[in-house]
Ligand binder design. Sequence first.
Ligand code: GDP
Length: 423
Amino acid sequence: MLTAIVGINWGDEGKGRMVDLLSESYDVICRYQGGNNAGHTVVNDKGRFILNLLPSGILREEIVNVMGGGMVIDLEHLCGEIGALETKGVSVTPENLKISHNAFICLPCHKAQDILEEERLGDKKYGSTRRGIAPAYGDKYMKKGLRMGDLLEAWRLKQKLYEMLEWKNLTLRGYNASLADSSEILRWLYEYGARLAPFISDTTVYLADAIRTGKNIMFEAQLGALRDIDYGIYPYTTSSHTLAAFAPIGAGIPAAKIERVIGVIKAYSSCVGEGPFTAELFGEEADALREAGAEYGAATGRPRRVGGFDVPASRYGVQIQGASELALTKLDVLSYMDKIPVCVAYEIEGAKSGGFPTGDKLLRAKPVYEYLPGFKTDISHCRRSQELPEAALDYIRFIENAMECPIKYVSVGPGRDEYLTMN
Ligand code: GDP
């Protein structure tokens, strides 16, 4: 079985916990895009873990984790993440972690460039996490840079780096910034490269074999549909493909067909960074929701913007992800509400529409809010749908109907067992 778990919204839907939960019946978990610009939070019996780069399956001993060629990897960050897991007793070995030789390296000069550009933009900044992801992907497509496999060929690494920096420094000069120092970066590459070298291989061979021998593979995405570089809210997107359709390519098995796409969808909206966020709530209503949902970035600690469930944006997300089923997360967060705000449509220049607008029309969209009855009960102990109050079931049915996609799982707390399967 090949399954993708993807975000329907802006990210932070709780994909990490769903992968952690469902990974039990999978042999291989594969991350296929992005870098350390977002984080999955997983809470289990070993503690609370924030994973920016490592696939969430790393927390289960028997699972093999693959970091695919579609990723960009900050070596220092990855070494730190592995180290943090090891101190909590999670072992990371070449047997349970395999890094594609095709994955692109996010260098310190990419991070520097990201910061310089955000500062140059000032008020018009994109809200980058400043971790170098956009410059790294940009360079990848300019075909200037290093890949993980280069770390295994140290004699060519130096020459490749010099050639790349010659070009990169043209850009840094334009910012009047200090130039990238090749010997410093080379030291960085040697130090962290030596630690990661045992994990690097041609993962396409491993995955092809895994498919041939009937292994169950789960593809794990970072961020959500609305952040996809091509189909998201451009330019307030990430720099990679967050869609399930990209999973086989980013993972390294382009011909594979994903059979099951689980869309993770949050019971309300949240968004990190800049850009249109039509359903956004403000003031006390927003503060209460942010606090109830602990909406602060896992990678950056930044407070997230919050809003009610956004029907037009989520319908678009479900469609563009090709979700075959949904996992509705964080329903418990709404327990404090007397009435639950839902953005049921957008109003653009006086016309009401349930569709998701393209281009600059989205900038002019205003939310049309309706309120559904609150359930005002602690639901975190519910483990069967029959135990949920009627108002909570009505809310679930409302979303299911609006999305035209079955809700298979509902999570009612961050812990591994705090969820229920709908029947
Ligand atoms: P991801 O990137 O999609 O994995 O999402 P994040 O990890 O950034 O955000 C999800 C956050 O919500 C984490 O802190 C989770 O522990 C928490 N979380 C996930 N599911 C639930 C839930 O059902 N209820 C509550 N209260 N928190 C949840």
